[in-house]
Design a protein around this ligand. Sequence first.
Ligand code: AMP
Length: 485
Amino acid sequence: MNLLERIDHWGTVSPDAIAHVSDDRSLTYGELCRRSDALALYLAERFGDDRGPIAALGHREPEMLIAFLGSVKSGRPYVPIDTVFPRQRIDKIVAISRAAMVLTPQETAQFSATEARAPANCLQRDDPFYILFTSGSTGEPKGVVISLACLEHFIAWMLAEQKFLEQGEIFLNQAPFSFDLSVMDLYCSLATGGTLFSISRDLVANPKALYRTLGSSNVTTWVSTPSFAQMCLVEEKFGEAMLPHVRRFLFCGETLAPQTAALLLERFPGAEVWNSYGPTEATVATTSVRIGRTILEKYSPLPVGRPMPGTEVFVMNERGEALPANKRGEIVIAGPNVSPGYLGRPDLTAAVFFQHGSQRAYRTGDLGRFHDKLLFFEGRIDEQIKLYGYRIELGDIEANLRALSLVRDAVVIPVIKNGAAQSLAAFVVLSKRGEESDFELSHTLRKQLGERLPNYMLPRKFVFLDAFPMTANGKADRARLAQSL
Ligand code: AMP
């Protein structure tokens, strides 16, 4: 059975089981399968041989799941786009992906309302399943293509390692569907007949309602960024009494601090804590490790894990030579979970993807080393950062700032606290200075930038300079700018 057949199987044997809960709405497996079949047929009839991607634009609506499955059942990959993105960014993603159409939840509801069987067997293993857009250093988002084969390899590993109870799990969905961490909860849940429990943006902004909802969620498998768990831990009641059924915390996407893991083990004595690591380009996660007491006592920072079976992870130097244990270098991932590349960008693809023996390989741009057969993450080679779990190229923000008429040049720097980025600061050289105060200018720039970039990419602080300090080779001196914060 392939992944889609597995999901449909739950629609047949347990049509009334709940596949998704979001706010006050829910979706059964019967509906999910029936409606995604109907949507697939609609798409097949409307677009015929054109297998262009389908963009699914929304937030946590159950229709998002219908749109994802409907697209792939019709043989077309989907592009998940969260409504957190401003219009300009959405338009860019739709244009780059050459989406055949953009499906809103309302349209998905409308086009999936008929009774129909999906066109049979449309998706081959090497066909693209989804395309996820990440921040690109030049200001253009780049679309990572993930095939059914990549996804199945990842899910098979997760199921073997975590031994989820069939039809017995409720998965927390905290990450937006446009962030690949959500693929972990979404497909582990659908593959095992579980329930996906989504936390919407409004809930995260309202702590009281958030804890009340978490308390009534019966979540058994917690999947989130470490930042989100850290935020929850601020509430003292966040513990076993609030979430008595949690069996495991699965983390990925950014550094898991030892204090966060320790507090979770203390507050949830019956639960396991797992750290995992990987980029979108290698399908969510590639290494994992259970963080028990022994590991906590032995390592700080914590390891990010051991490679999944069938995939090779190694560390290499600038000359592309594999390095022995304990040596630091760039982390490379080679295996069936590695993406075919960036959509429509052979140049970007060739720069970081390559063939390693019979395996497709990806140079992550992450620094790390193996120690005791465990991988340790040690920062980035370039200017990509993680802010509250979101992957951001500082160059993306800078390019979008420079595109504003007020800005001649810009450098964006993360404000680091306790070893992690807490916010962003922009150093700006203006094209011309008027009468406005720095406060007014910051407000204007943030507003204009907010029309181009999502909120999480907006600098909190703006500093206006006549010119940037320079390094010896004439580049803006980021280190000096960072020191001045
Ligand atoms: P994304 O493509 O959004 O999943 O981001 C991938 C990047 O997040 C990786 O290349 C790392 O830089 C970072 N990352 C992922 N997992 C971890 C982890 N467990 N610890 C530290 N950094 C991580």
